[in-house]
Design a protein around this ligand. Structure first.
Ligand code: BYC
Length: 348
């Protein structure tokens, strides 16, 4: 399935347009009416090919982000400053693996195979979030990631939880519940460090200075440069745009940062009385496009780590396949008393 190449033709599927057959136009109209009524679309339901492709693209990239996202924080598990912090970090990184699993499963309900999705990641045909291509240089990076990276993800995912595709929306509900624990433990760490010694406060400020701009990039390009947003919004996968979510995030975190006397590395950041919004300077979009196209500080290292993990897991996949085949054979083998043998026979 070439889900990674969304063609212009794929995008053009409003009812009755572009030479779609009468049947397909009627199906598309009925599909769009369901979305309009707020119904969820479920795996066996009819859906336009472009809806399926967009979902597989987005859900699989989201899954990759969760899995690659284990690496920056995973690097600090052995260096956590206390047992309590180590346990929290272990639990968080393990949660991210679970999120990847929910999401790969959600994509599989759309007939995407796990192998193809993983290959696309490892062969650099699929993207994953820009944010995970930067290094975690100090312990305070872990607090800042928990608070602000997971905080940004929650803003985005709370919106996706209202989306039109049932399995993705339900995965988002569960993921957001877990992410809110991640955010709280990160916020607690930042509060503690910001109120600690001058060195601790300087450390946490340095982390914010390095992570701030990449975090704002997580929401994606400006709406005017976002080719996928119009389709995703028409079909209710996204219910808010990239810029709307970025603004919500700014309005949420700037007062909290101010309360801790922490700053952002943006001299233009100010509160605009008229609009009620925090408004800052322009993001370095050249850096954003460079990083998501594979040329960020750690893209090569992240993929090398994923490739190594994939190769080391080969024997597990082989063992699982062999076990499943044996179970299937046992289930079909005639039993001695003439009844079906059942899966239990495999253990004999
Ligand atoms: N990074 O048309 P656009 C987590 C790509 S993990 C990389 O606006 P769309 C966590 C985009 O894919 C949570 N690429 O796209 C885990 C598209 O390229 P393709 C991660 C990006 O889909 C572990 C092109 O740019 N969250 O929280 O409408 C530890 C044009 O963009 C990015 C998700 O994955 C980016 N930031 O909107 C800690 C959320 N932005 O595919 C924490 C799910 C854009 O056409 N995804 N691109 O080649 C989404 O909500 C949307 O896909 C996006 C982009 C907002 C990211």
């Amino acid at each position: 399935m070439s889900y990674l190449n969304i063609s212009v033709e794929d995008e053009k599927q409003p009812a009755g347009a572009n030479g779609t057959s009468g049947d397909e136009a009627a199906q598309t109209a009925a599909f769009e009416a369901r979305i309009e009524r707020g119904e969820k679309i479920e795996p066996g339901d009819w859906m336009p090919a472009a809806y399926r492709k967009q979902l597989v693209r987005m859900i699989s990239q989201h899954a990759h982000s969760e899995i690659v996202g284990m690496l920056p924080e995973g690097a600090w598990i052995t260096r956590a400053p206390s047992l309590r912090r180590k346990m929290a970090l272990l639990a968080k990184v393990q949660d991210e693996a679970g999120h990847g699993q929910y999401l790969y499963h959600a994509a599989e309900t759309l007939d995407a195979s796990r192998e193809e999705m993983i290959d696309a990641l490892l062969e650099r045909r699929a993207k994953y979030s820009n944010i995970f291509n930067y290094p975690t240089l100090s312990w305070t990076d872990i607090g800042v990631i928990g608070w602000l990276v997971d905080g940004a993800a929650i803003v985005n995912q709370t919106m996706l939880a209202k989306g039109s595709y049932g399995p993705y929306a339900r995965a988002m509900l569960r993921i957001c519940a877990e992410e809110s624990f991640h955010k709280k433990q990160g916020h607690e760490q930042v509060i503690l460090m910001a109120q600690g010694t001058p060195e601790q406060k300087a450390m946490v400020q340095d982390s914010i200075d390095r992570w701030w701009w990449p975090i704002l990039m997580m929401f994606g390009p400006h709406d005017s440069d976002s080719p996928n947003t119009p389709t995703l919004m028409r079909w209710g996968v996204k219910t808010k745009s990239n810029d709307e979510l970025r603004q919500m995030f700014l309005n949420q975190v700037l007062p909290d940062l101010e309360a801790l006397e922490l700053t952002v590395p943006d001299p233009e950041m100010h509160f605009d009385e008229e609009s009620g919004n925090w408004i800052g300077g322009e993001i370095d979009w050249d850096e954003f496009w460079r990083v998501i196209q594979g040329d960020g500080p750690l893209n090569a290292d992240r993929l090398a780590a994923r490739r190594e993990a994939h190769e080391e897991g080969q024997w597990v996949r082989e063992a699982l396949t062999a076990y499943a085949q044996r179970e299937a054979q046992a289930a079909h083998a005639p039993s001695t008393n003439g009844a079906s043998n059942g899966a239990g026979g495999a253990h004999a």
